[in-house]
Design a protein around this ligand. Structure first.
Ligand SMILES: Cc1cc2nc3c(=O)[nH]c(=O)nc-3n(C[C@H](O)[C@H](O)[C@H](O)COP(=O)(O)OP(=O)(O)OC[C@H]3O[C@@H](n4cnc5c(N)ncnc54)[C@H](O)[C@@H]3O)c2cc1C
Length: 400
């Protein structure tokens, strides 16, 4: 037995003994536990699972123990992921900070910033939102205009004074802090004048307005900054390094998005709901040959995605550059989700279009919402067209 085999055995025993059965069922959006200063649990099992994983530092198993992580090496981390996946264990907390900001802070943050921000993330106490997009800076993010002017202080702490606003900020009204890209210099090339700031959402001058969509209330917010004072110690990296750090963060976002779709939309479950409404012959085979063929295609694509995902993970473990594959994975995964749910919806007919009411089961209602949500995945974190541009330029080296 190697050390890794011992570790695998230990993890398997621990998960079997500590992950409550209800935390091994596919999760719905409503059941996600978001790390926050206003942490909420719906069940005792959620709380138990959250606390047990937190104690082991397994909210971020590979982060250093010093900052609340589990201190696992990449191979041990992979073992834990695999053992959790085998048992269908849920993520104990959802947190943009852990998926996106944390890896950037580990690389570019100071020791003080890591202690100030990573430790509360690892306790599940702080919810983060992302302040990148602006009304005229989405795909063309480098055009952002929210300004941060440095103000020196006599005796006190120097501050950046932030003015402007962000849009499409997911859950901005629930967040404790925002990581934001701001303009600290408008005289140089647009990419060079951007800096990466951490902003306390309780600061005077921050206003958050939820955005209503045609479908009703959404998780989107617009955030306004009016002379918001942010201490210079909340600048990550150097002034003007925001573009480089922002791009790194987006790579982590794109990688994490494959986990969102797994978490929010368990396909095996959705498939089971759909198949109740599909005619089968005496052998259990789907009667509609066209549907059978399309479904088989979707499942085969999903399987090849899973295998490719594993290969890219191995590349990352071997410390190879996976920024190109990251864009490919984001593009393929999110487009596949759209194709899959379009097909399930077609197979369900009217049963797939329930929005509320007692005529529909919770699974049917969830399927309809997931179908609509999959379309947003192809925009969030950089649209499919933008991923195609990145792949053309950075992976295929095609001329601009
Ligand atoms: C669910 C969801 C959550 C989000 N959460 C956040 C968040 O928390 N924080 C945040 O900062 N932002 C967030 N966003 C915003 C998201 O990053 C932007 O919507 C996205 O970058 C696109 O920008 P835009 O909406 O301004 O569209 P635009 O940039 O105006 O694009 C409009 C269309 O033109 C296409 N297009 C634009 N430029 C090109 C080009 N060069 N070549 C080819 N096609 C092009 C795009 O693909 C798109 O189809 C979220 C978006 C969604 C959908």
């Amino acid at each position: 037995m190697t050390e890794l085999d011992d570790f695998k055995q230990e993890v398997a025993t621990w998960l079997d003994g500590n992950c409550p059965p209800s935390m091994r069922r596919p999760i719905t959006t409503e059941e996600m536990v978001w790390g926050s200063s206003r942490l909420q649990f719906q069940t005792e099992d959620q709380k138990l699972w959250f606390e047990r994983m937190r104690e082991r530092g397994w909210f971020a198993p590979s982060w250093p123990k010093e900052y609340g992580g589990g201190g696992l090496n990449p191979k041990q981390n992979r073992v834990l992921e695999t053992e959790m996946a085998k048992r269908g264990c849920r993520q104990p907390q959802y947190n943009l900070g852990v998926w996106m900001l944390g890896p950037v802070l580990l690389e570019a943050g100071t020791h003080e910033q890591k202690l100030e921000h990573l430790v509360p993330m690892m306790k599940g106490q702080r919810r983060w939102c992302q302040g990148f997009s602006e009304p005229n800076a989405g795909s063309d993010l480098a055009s952002l205009k929210t300004s941060a002017r440095l103000e020196k202080s006599e005796g006190g702490e120097d501050c950046y004074v932030v003015n402007g606003g962000k849009i499409w900020t997911s859950d901005g009204d629930k967040a404790d802090w925002m990581y934001a890209l701001v303009r600290t210099d408008s005289s140089s090339k647009k990419q060079n004048g951007i800096s990466f700031l951490l902003i306390d959402m309780k600061s005077p001058g921050v206003t958050v307005k939820p955005i209503e969509l045609i479908s009703g209330k959404s998780s989107f917010c617009q955030v306004f900054f009016d002379e918001v004072r942010v201490p210079v110690r909340q600048l990550v990296g150097k002034e003007g390094e925001g573009w480089t750090l922002g791009k790194k963060l987006l790579q982590h976002e794109r990688a994490a998005m494959s986990k969102f779709t797994e978490g929010g939309a368990p396909s095996a479950d959705a498939l089971a709901v759909t198949l109740q409404y599909v005619d089968r012959d005496a052998d259990g085979k789907l009667e509609d040959a066209a549907l059978r063929q399309r479904l088989a295609g979707v499942l085969m694509d999903a399987q090849s995605f899973t295998l490719t995902h594993r290969r890219v993970t191995e590349m990352a473990l071997a410390r190879k550059d996976v920024s190109g594959p990251g864009s490919i994975m984001k593009l393929v995964q999110t487009e596949q989700e759209v194709t899959k749910y379009e097909l399930l919806e077609q197979a369900m007919g009217l049963r797939g279009l329930g929005w509320d009411g007692e005529d529909f089961s919770a699974e049917e209602l969830d399927l309809c919402r997931t179908w609509l949500r999959t379309k947003t995945y192809t925009i969030a974190g950089g649209s499919s067209e933008v991923q195609l541009n990145i792949i053309a330029k950075r992976v295929l080296d095609l001329p601009a």
